[in-house]
Design a protein around this ligand. Structure first.
Ligand code: ADP
Ligand code: MG
Length: 257
């Protein structure tokens, strides 16, 4: 349970929706530079935990500490500006904009609008420079994910797997320190999945930290250093993948639904 150098610390997190207790006193930490897996059966509270961490929901109790700073209840935009960025379980690209424009805009509802707001007041000459810089960065990101050949395609025309890559590219466009990925591999074909995982490892080598919600146990076991298991809003177990895999309670939670 102790983490030497935590980038993210969740303490006693609570979130209720009316009578539903979605997150119930969950505590865990993410080691800086790690890929930490967050698993658990459907309805365990994983997405809600993400929403509480990234400011989409205000938690009813508990705290979220990022890089040593208490960020509990801050706005999604402020949290993204701090370098903590997420992707959504359902990709949120803008279908009527091109892939390049989507990456230039960044993740909608998190940092996207603020980039344009910060561009807007700048003197006319600089707007063009700024836009060119944004465009160059977006191209680099597209090349990194090997979707640069799709730059001028409308995002709405992408396959499910390509949309997942775009979702990650948009999150990365803000130059974050930590990424929370909510089922990034769902609906992605095996070759794209391999590509996505390779990119995640490349980014890890550059120093990024990851919290990864993923249903595929093989992916979790192979790619995460540390695994946190949620069940009914609580942290049921955590530890290295090998320990988690053979944990009786974890097996029960999955089989018992
Ligand atoms: P997971 O991502 O692990 O599948 P969720 O966090 O999505 O689980 O959901 C946890 C519980 O909270 C579920 O019972 C779900 O129905 C409920 N829940 C999640 N979001 C909302 C919401 N916005 N309003 C009401 N109930 C919600
Ligand atoms: Mg979910």
């Amino acid at each position: 349970k102790r983490v030497a150098d935590p980038v993210l610390q969740i303490e006693e997190l609570d979130k209720r929706f009316g009578g539903i207790v979605a997150v119930d006193g969950a505590s865990f930490a993410v080691e800086r530079g790690s890929i930490t897996g967050l698993i658990g059966p459907n309805g365990a509270g994983k997405s809600t935990t993400f929403n509480c961490i990234t400011g989409v929901h205000r938690p009813d109790g508990g705290s979220v500490v990022f890089d040593g700073t208490d960020i509990t209840g801050e706005s999604p935009e402020r949290i993204a500006n701090r370098g903590l960025v997420r992707t959504f379980q359902i990709a949120r690209e803008l279908p009527e904009m091109t892939v390049l424009e989507n990456v230039m805009l960044g993740p909608k509802g998190q940092l996207g609008e603020s980039i344009w707001r910060s561009v807007a007041p700048i003197a006319r000459g600089n707007v063009i420079e700024q836009e060119e810089e944004l465009r160059d960065q977006a191209w680099e990101t597209l090349e990194f994910f090997e979707i640069d050949h799709l730059a001028e395609e409308y995002a709405g025309n992408l396959s499910g797997g390509q949309r997942k890559l775009l979702e990650l590219a948009r999150a990365l466009s803000t130059d974050p320190e930590m990424l929370l990925l909510d089922e990034p591999m769902a609906g992605v074909n095996p070759s794209l999945e391999r590509k996505l995982l390779d990119r995640i490892h490349d980014l890890q080598e550059e120093g990024y930290s990851f919290l990864l919600v993923e249903h595929d146990m093989d992916v979790i076991m192979e790619h995460c250093e540390h695994v946190v298991v949620m069940h009914q809003g609580q942290v049921l177990a955590e530890g290295p993948p090998a320990t988690i895999k053979s944990n009786e309670e974890v097996i029960e939670a999955y089989l018992g639904g």
